[in-house]
Design a protein around this ligand. Sequence first.
Ligand SMILES: C[S@@+](CC[C@H](N)C(=O)[O-])C[C@H]1O[C@@H](n2cnc3c(N)ncnc32)[C@H](O)[C@@H]1O
Length: 290
Amino acid sequence: MRPSHALSSKAGGAVDIEREVDPATRRALFDQVRRHTGIVMSERKWTMLEGRLRRRLRELTLPDYRDYLEVLEAKPDEVRDFIDLVTTNETSFFRTPRIWDYFAQQFLPRWFDARPDTPLRVWSAASSSGEESYTVAMLCEEFRLKHPAFRYRILATDIADGILSKAAAAHYRGRNIEGLRQTHPELLDKYFSAQGDGFCAGAALRANVTFRKHNLHERPRDIGPIDVTLLRNVLIYFDADGQQAVLENVRRAMAPDGVLIVGESESLSRFDMGFQYEQPLIYRNPRGRP
Ligand SMILES: C[S@@+](CC[C@H](N)C(=O)[O-])C[C@H]1O[C@@H](n2cnc3c(N)ncnc32)[C@H](O)[C@@H]1O
């Protein structure tokens, strides 16, 4: 830690956080982002990263990003907050509607026809605050109304503890709940109940979803075999090597013939790793686990 005189404090406890951050310190911060999450940020992302970290420096009364780098090295607990800050958790219910049309109208009927006695295993592999997992749960519940023998389990994982706590609390308000109200008002009524200034996912949805911390850059342990993996809007944050490594890890957890669904600006076309293209954004794992 740098000498304490570096921690100049304004009257009232607010600190003056340095405005000009030297290139080496910026690079060191980008390196930390990559080291802990695999997310690769270019210089263009500096303003965003600086804005997010500034709040944390203020909380820690640190005036200087070099001090913050030392805290990150010295205190493993800080890594948790750092990951919460540097990850982008943008998500929504029924994001990319054509995926959900495919899942409800094509995938589920075919899957259940072929395996009426086997529970379906779904993995939301970068679940953020849970909207994706509860979208799956709503569609599975709707399917179960017509096919009572249908069973399913959803595993939802993310690298960021803070967002996983929100997902497990399942309390939604604002833009995302308004989006659900506009596109699927009947499902909002059926599966959520008003609570405080928002809505809470009900027991029918929550009973089938488990949230767990997992870094996609690590080998999946106790995950799988998975029949449907949603790996959406997360590959874009990694470079080509990182994407390849994540896809290899994901494939390890997938069942033979399992389906992989990616985000709208993601494609597997440049990776030769055995996933077979089925439809835009939808791939199949023909070989199963290596
Ligand atoms: C933009 S959100 C996507 C959420 C959802 N899949 C969707 O498409 O709406 C990206 C999520 O990926 C998570 N993430 C980033 N790096 C990760 C990693 N290495 N392992 C697991 N999750 C990661 C972030 O915490 C964030 O919640």
